[in-house]
Design a protein around this ligand. Sequence first.
Ligand code: AKG
Ligand code: FE2
Length: 372
Amino acid sequence: MGEPLRINRPSVDEFWARVAERRPFVMTGIWNDDHPLREVSSFHEFERRYGEVKLPFLPPYDEEKALALAGSPPESQDMSVGAYAALLRSGAAPRIYTSPLGVPDGLETLLDRVPAYCTSAPQPSPLSPRVQLHMSAPGCATLLHFDGWGAHTIHHEIFGTKKWFLIPPEAGAQLSPYGALSLVALHHQSEAYKRDFVERLGGLQIDLQPGESLYFPPEWWHQVEYHEPSCGVSYIFGRNLFVMFMSRETHRNYMMGQINAKLIYESEASCRYLPELIELQAVCRREDFAEPADRYRAVMEALRRMYRSMYPGGVTQTHPVLEYLEQRIALEQDGFYGEFRTNYQRMWRDQLGLPLWDFWPSQTGSGASVSS
Ligand SMILES: O=C(O)CCC(=O)C(=O)O
Ligand SMILES: [Fe+2]
């Protein structure tokens, strides 16, 4: 099977030329000589330097998701890195750490500098790169998922080897998707099965080693397995207003993933899909829905129309049970159409100076009109 291409220390131009191929690849040696991440490549060294840092640890991903669906969100447990290391040494049940977007307190010296690639996009991003730290123990695996922010990602492995499976967004409908998650429990299958599954869907597999940095394009599905205590940092970058609109105002599912996978390439988006975007925007800005569920259905319909015009012949329906789960996550668990959405709109208004649905010309709004 295809393993991703490995490239040593690409120049910024080489990096963006590779990105244009829209496939994952692995880089080595991305840091300049004085970056602290060059000096931390073992759990031992990480613990020696940051043992005092306290982080909130959660139950493993599938347990966490099961608890959330059962209506009792998992509780995090604050623990120092040193205490976590001791727990692992004693063979206790693994817990995971995933930071919210941003540098955790105490790890600033390690994480406050992002790779030069992230800030050199040919298309400048209105958002600065975001950082997310992932640390976990042997036996843990993420669910098969896509991230949903419509961004490029570089995941730099700090210590421990991690197994990544990557599947292109176009295969989404075949993954029993609900929301941004898949029911496919790849981590419970044999190595031969995993390999075959990923290969048939045009994907890749990689054992990412400390010091290596994996690039993957927007909304690629991925599953990550931990076979030893491992820690890596994801740099999330290059979002434009189109994908920000999609991930905050519409509904996060495989269709939206595939749409984002195209919209990140801005010239393509604005030349080819502006009418569809304007139609979707018009539905999203409506305030006359009686119930959040009515908004959900209307946005889903608009999303389907947009998806059909971007992917003629694409699958727009999944299993009714998956669609039920997806709706439940949107309406109840994440509160996507309730408080969550309102808070995000407020946040965008603060950051961009305008609501996210007001940024491109609307046929009816006060902005410049689009003639047909
Ligand atoms: O490394 C991990 O545990 C998960 C990484 C991941 O899902 C991501 O970077 O988006
Ligand atoms: Fe992810």
